[in-house]
Ligand binder design. Structure first.
Ligand SMILES: C[S@@+](CC[C@H](N)C(=O)[O-])C[C@H]1O[C@@H](n2cnc3c(N)ncnc32)[C@H](O)[C@@H]1O
Length: 260
């Protein structure tokens, strides 16, 4: 482990092992891993997109990391997918998986999401559709004023993000500022689907202990409302007290619409 404190910011470039992260949190999709938070999030995201109103041409995902699960339920409902990520090593990992010869195929996530809607379809159909719609994997630092480091995008119809804002924000006030910055990239009437954790303080990636922001559900909701969004749904699942990998009290999925 690097030093004695919790790792954050630049340590994402050097100490965040994509394979270790995926193995811990995404390789088994059942209640035995962080209280079943990941299958819960995938099911809720699927419900939100399947309901029919959450769609559009262009989707932006913020802080995709090494795994695009936050985008997978949205794939049939959008045309162009822009992934963004802070760490160069995660961007390379994702690039190799989507465009190159990476060994990672996210088969269990694609299969889980495919089975939620049509068990007769092969998971590879959704995977191919996803790969065909990804327009790039762009640098992103939500703590900077210019969060996309010089990349200029038209406004998005849909924004997704998962476990990024609570990992990146050093304090609750900064979380609020990040929300405001993100809100400038979505159209009026656009949809935001945010998954995250509340009341947490750390999570492990292999042996490395990363910082997480201790933020409450009320604070998260208030920041999005304050940035002009109306909350359409908020669902949460309790964390597991026995879990040694992270300590959040609940994981949530929030769907909201940009109104002003
Ligand atoms: C816990 S991982 C989440 C990854 C993925 N979205 C998921 O749901 O599993 C936190 C992500 O936030 C990214 N991150 C950390 N600091 C950031 C920053 N300042 N700006 C943008 N992303 C950041 C990390 O690189 C990492 O991919």
């Amino acid at each position: 482990m690097a030093g004695s404190g919790l790792l954050r910011y630049e340590y994402y470039h050097t100490h965040f092992d994509p394979d270790a992260y995926i193995k811990t949190y995404y390789s088994v999709l059942d209640d035995s891993v962080i209280g079943g938070a990941i299958p819960f999030i995938l099911e809720r995201q699927q419900d939100i997109f399947k309901a029919g109103d959450v769609k559009g041409k262009r989707l932006l995902d913020i802080g995709t990391g090494p795994i695009p699960h936050s985008v997978i339920p949205a794939v049939p409902f959008v045309e162009d997918i822009y992934l963004t990520e802070f760490s160069a090593s995660n961007r390379k990992y994702m690039h190799d998986a989507v465009f190159g010869s990476g060994k990672q195929d996210y088969a269990n996530i694609f299969k889980f999401v495919t089975d939620l809607s049509d068990k007769s379809q092969p998971w590879t159909k959704l995977s191919e559709e996803f790969k065909g719609k990804v327009r790039g994997i762009f640098p992103c630092d939500v703590l900077k004023d210019d969060i996309f480091a010089g990349s200029h995008f038209p406004l998005f119809d849909v924004i997704t993000t998962s476990f990024c804002l609570d990992s990146a924000s050093p304090d609750v006030d900064t979380y609020g500022k990040v929300v405001k910055k993100i809100s400038k990239h979505i159209k009026l009437g656009g949809h935001l689907v945010n998954a995250g954790a509340v009341d947490g303080s750390f999570y492990f990636v292999g042996e490395e202990k990363f910082y997480a922001l201790n933020i409450s559900a009320d604070e998260v909701k208030a920041f999005w409302k304050g940035a002009g969004f109306s909350i359409q749904s908020w669902d949460e699942i309790k964390g597991s007290p026995e879990c040694k990998d992270t300590d959040f009290s609940s994981a949530f999925v929030m769907h909201c619409i940009k109104e002003s």
